[in-house]
Write a protein that binds this ligand. Structure first.
Ligand SMILES: [Mn+2]
Length: 249
C-alpha cells in the first residue's frame, strides 16, 4: 500500500511548506513532486496571516497535477480561511471582505488571486475518508449541519459555496470557525467517527500549543488526544511554529 502523508495549516508560509515537503521526500530540490505513488493530504488553510498564500495555492495545484502523473495523489481540503478569501474575491467590498480582513487576510493575496484560484477553491472537499482515517480541516461540529455522510457534506457545501445565498454562506463561515469540539469532550469525537466512519479524526485549524501547552517541540509532531481518537496536525506555523509532515500510513 502506498504511503500516506498529511500536512496541516500553512497560512501563506510558502518557504516553510516547501522545506517540510522536501524533508519528507515529497518534493525535490527543484520543488517538483518526488513522492512517486504516495498520497499527500493538505488539511486546508493555505492562505491568510502569512506572507504568500497565493504561492501556496499555486504550489498545491501544481503538485496535484505532478503527483497524478506519477501515479500518486495530492488531496487538498478546504479550510475556513480559504473559504473566506474565496468569498472576499467573489463578492468584493462588503461583509465577507470585512470578515476576511479581520481573519488575517493579506491584501496581496486578494490582489494576485485569479479566477482559476477561485475555481480550484470552490472545488475543494470539506471532508475525506481514506482507509480508517477521517480527515477534516476543523475540530468543529459544523459538518453535521450539511449531511450525515462524507459525500453528502461535500456535495451540500459545494452547492452553498458556489451559490449566492449570503445567509447560508455566512452561517457556514461562522460555524466553520468553531474550535476544540473534540478536545472539550472526547465523547463528541466518538460520535463524530460513528457518524462519518473511520477510527481516527485527523484535523488542523487549532494550533497544537493551544491544546498541548508550550513545550519546546510541541509544534514539530502531531498531537494525539481524546483517548487516541483525534490527531491535531496544526503546528502553528503562522505563529512561528515549525510545523511537520505527518506520515499517516
Ligand atoms: Mn482554520
Amino acid at each position: 500500500m502506498p504511503a500516506t502523508f498529511a500536512i496541516g495549516d500553512i497560512h501563506g508560509h510558502y518557504d516553510r511548506c516547501l522545506d517540510l515537503l522536501h524533508e519528507a521526500g515529497l518534493v525535490n530540490g527543484e520543488h517538483h513532486w518526488s513522492g512517486a505513488d504516495a498520497t499527500l493530504v493538505f488539511i486546508g488553510d493555505y492562505v491568510d496571516r502569512g506572507p504568500d498564500g497565493i504561492a501556496v495555492l499555486d504550489l498545491v495545484m501544481r503538485l496535484q497535477t505532478e503527483a497524478r502523473q506519477a501515479e500518486g495523489q495530492v488531496i487538498a481540503l478546504l479550510g475556513n480561511h480559504d473559504l473566506i478569501l474565496a468569498l472576499a474575491y467573489r463578492f468584493g467590498q462588503g461583509p465577507f471582505h470585512d470578515w476576511w480582513r479581520s481573519a488575517g487576510g493579506i491584501a496581496s493575496d486578494l490582489k494576485h488571486m485569479t479566477g482559476s484560484h477561485l475555481h480550484w477553491l470552490l472545488n475543494r472537499p470539506l471532508m475525506l475518508r481514506l482507509g480508517d482515517k477521517l480527515y477534516v480541516h476543523a475540530d468543529a461540529e459544523v459538518y453535521y449541519d450539511y449531511g450525515r455522510t462524507v459525500a453528502a457534506v461535500n456535495q451540500t457545501v459545494e452547492q452553498i459555496i458556489r451559490g449566492n445565498n449570503v445567509t447560508n454562506l455566512s452561517v457556514l463561515v461562522d460555524q466553520f470557525g468553531e474550535h476544540r469540539a473534540f478536545f472539550v469532550d472526547p465523547e463528541r469525537a466518538a460520535t463524530f467517527l460513528a457518524t462519518y466512519g473511520g477510527s481516527q479524526v485527523l484535523h488542523g485549524h487549532t494550533p497544537i500549543p493551544g491544546m498541548a501547552g508550550n513545550s519546546h517541540d510541541v509544534t514539530t509532531r502531531p498531537f494525539v488526544y481524546a483517548d487516541g481518537l483525534c490527531v491535531n496536525l496544526d503546528g502553528g506555523i503562522y505563529a512561528g511554529g515549525e510545523g511537520f509532515v505527518y506520515r499517516v500510513v
